[in-house]
Write a protein that binds this ligand. Sequence first.
Ligand code: ADP
Ligand code: MG
Length: 316
Amino acid sequence: MVGMFSKFSKSASVKSVTGAKAASAKPVAGTKATSAKSTGAGKSARTSGTGRSAQVTAPIASEHENPTLSVRNVSRVFKNKTGREVRALDNASLEMKGGEVVAIVGPSGCGKSTLLRMVAGLDFPDEGTLEYCGEPIKGPHYDRGLVFQDAALCDWLTVSENIAFGLKARKVYKGNEHKVTELIERMGLEGFEDSYPYQISGGMASRTALARTFIQNPGLVLLDEPLSALDAFTRANIQDQIVQMHLSTNAMFLLVTHDIEEAVYLSDRIVVMSARPGHIIGEVKIDLPHPRDRVSEEFVAKRREVMEYFEAPRAL
Ligand SMILES: Nc1ncnc2c1ncn2[C@@H]1O[C@H](COP(=O)(O)OP(=O)(O)O)[C@@H](O)[C@H]1O
Ligand SMILES: [Mg+2]
């Protein structure tokens, strides 16, 4: 685990030298799947020549080179059994572009999961519109991958089989078997390929769930408190893997978390939501280079800036 940790932090520190998020700073920008795909050269570029080591360092690239998300004036009202209406989400708007990590923080029950489920295409708004890459979101799609708090792995499948599941369902597993190996390595799951979910730790289950999503090369990764059940060390470790994934792709990451430190550590922007009916009450830009120092003055100042929304009664 320590080896894996240092592998990713090394790469992250390379990034930090180059500064923030200029496309040229992305060490893998030239190997985007989209550009390779359009020329038909993507697969051979990743599988020929230097062999397995090239595959391991190859990017997990987005299918869309420049994905976008547009959530406009979205509201969602639920009816409970007695017919009483619960306005879960009220007039929420959010724009995202490729390469961005946005964290949503807000009190429990303010509609964060509801918003993510709508972006995932698992639920639909009563008012407003949601568009992904300029198209209305009409249902789930592998290009918008959702990772839940509960890893929700298939109990009857091994770690490898869980990771490969989506590719097999899409009938694109053949020829892409190396991606499973690559992700097992990136996520530090070596030696547990053939284990079943009941035989692995919570941290490994989370890493398997992330790998199962990343293998689809999503343009948008939706993370709904995926690390909240983990111990602090495991969480920090997986956060670094998420940073690494973020720095090596142009995918968008939309993260729901109740952990403000996690939000500051991972994201470019933090969207703050009010208590139910949830609406967006503010946004905090986190323009600190990666890897971030959790105890630096700048980091603590950002945490404080977010906390102020919850401490000042008028803000809620
Ligand atoms: N399918 C549903 N039916 C009825 N009420 C729901 C449903 N889903 C969510 N809600 C309600 O909507 C509100 C927001 O829920 P949720 O999006 O899960 O909040 P959060 O993720 O911010 O904690 C809560 O009051 C919740 O009980
Ligand atoms: Mg939730």
